[in-house]
Design a protein around this ligand. Structure first.
Ligand code: FAD
Length: 327
């Protein structure tokens, strides 16, 4: 049996003090990812700091910003009227993830920080640079159907599995964190990392930092947005490809656009050039096809995931069509 210490924190300062006691300490929120990782021996913290009782589950709207506490449950956020009204894309992405039971346990902070679902990462008998740096990437030459087509390195081709993060990226969210040096805000696009030479590090969160919440600014995308998730089963499966698409449309002309992909890279993948290409264009299949073509520049498939090179642009076009109510 693996032994570990358990500390329950009731306020943020207590959690930050407890986590700083030793380097292997980890926060636990809903536990739906961390407990699995501990059971399989993928992570072995000597202390877990239970933050589930911290008062960080509020959802509020202040100064044209939607503020969501890091301990708000995925199901609570998805069902919240403010979220549904202001950012339906976020509610849709949350409801596309996991199962109702898991969404009732899973928190916003934990969702953003969940680890990859790459089976080489989960199987401790196989090589994985993310789990054990220097052992190699089993997926590079192995079974890589779920893996990245953008932003990968020769050390790691895993993808980030969170649906909610794809919507938060498209919605220009910010992550509010607190550590020993105080609070700071991280734009969502800078939160997750590409694998490079250090695939074991998923994010730019510093050791011991606590996520306090996420903030989503007002935007004009509520009327025309859509989260499309393509997966092997209709529910309870991770994305092969997902698309968060949001448009501002006036008199059938696109005024602004946001597109982000999930299931294609080590981090949620924003498509800035494709977004720009849509501005000023009419709402039409041709505009969407052109954006999808631009979106795929630099994409490369592996032996078992080349289908994503077609699936991704097709999904982008479909998501934009639904968002603009063409279909
Ligand atoms: C069977 C199954 C299917 C799933 N399907 C999907 C899916 O389709 N789409 C999807 O998006 N997700 C899916 N998930 C993942 C699920 O959404 C995550 O497990 C969940 O969101 C993690 O939240 P948690 O609160 O349980 O995190 P925990 O397991 O408690 O923690 C996860 C990580 O986050 C850290 N952490 C948690 N909160 C904080 C904080 N506030 N500050 C700093 N660090 C923190 C922990 O230290 C840990 O490293 C699935 C999970 C399972 C088990």
């Amino acid at each position: 049996m693996i032994q570990f210490q358990y500390t329950r924190a009731t306020e943020a300062r207590m959690a930050l003090d407890a986590i700083s006691k030793d380097q292997s300490s980890m926060f636990i929120a809903g536990g739906t990812n961390l407990v699995d990782l501990m059971k399989r021996g993928i992570v072995t913290p000597e202390r877990i700091v239970d933050i589930s009782r911290l008062p960080l589950n509020k959802i509020s709207y202040e100064g044209k910003v939607l503020k969501i506490g890091s301990l708000a449950l995925n199901s609570t956020v998805a069902e919240n009227k403010l979220v549904q009204h202001k950012h339906p894309l976020l509610a849709q992405a949350l409801n596309a993830g996991a199962s109702a039971q898991i969404r009732n346990m899973a928190t916003v902070g934990g969702n953003i920080l969940q680890r990859t679902r790459c089976h080489y990462f989960y199987d401790t008998s196989l090589p994985c640079n993310k789990r054990e740096p220097g052992t190699g990437c089993g997926a590079l030459e192995g079974f890589n159907r779920m893996h990245a087509i953008f932003g990968f390195s020769d050390k790691c081709i895993a993808v980030h599995p969170s649906d909610m993060s794809v919507a938060l990226l498209a919605l220009d969210a910010t992550v509010l964190v607190e550590g020993s040096k105080g609070q700071r805000r991280i734009p969502f696009g800078d939160f997750h990392r590409l694998p490079g030479d250090k695939p074991e590090i998923d994010t730019n969160l510093l050791p011991g930092e606590l996520i306090l919440g996420v903030e989503v600014p007002d935007n004009g995308f509520a009327k025309n947005s859509h989260y499309l998730k393509v997966r092997d089963r209709a529910s309870y499966a991770f994305a092969l490809v997902s698309v968060a698409a949001a448009l501002q449309i006036e008199k059938k002309v696109i005024k602004d656009a946001r597109i982000a992909l999930g299931g294609v890279a080590h981090k949620p993948w924003r498509l800035a050039e494709a977004e720009r290409s849509l501005i000023g264009k009419p709402v039409s299949e041709a505009s969407f096809q052109q954006a999808a073509l631009l979106a795929m520049q630099g994409a490369k498939g592996f032996k078992h995931n080349e289908f994503k090179l077609k699936l991704a642009p097709n999904s982008i076009v479909q998501a934009l069509k639904v968002a603009s109510r063409m279909v």
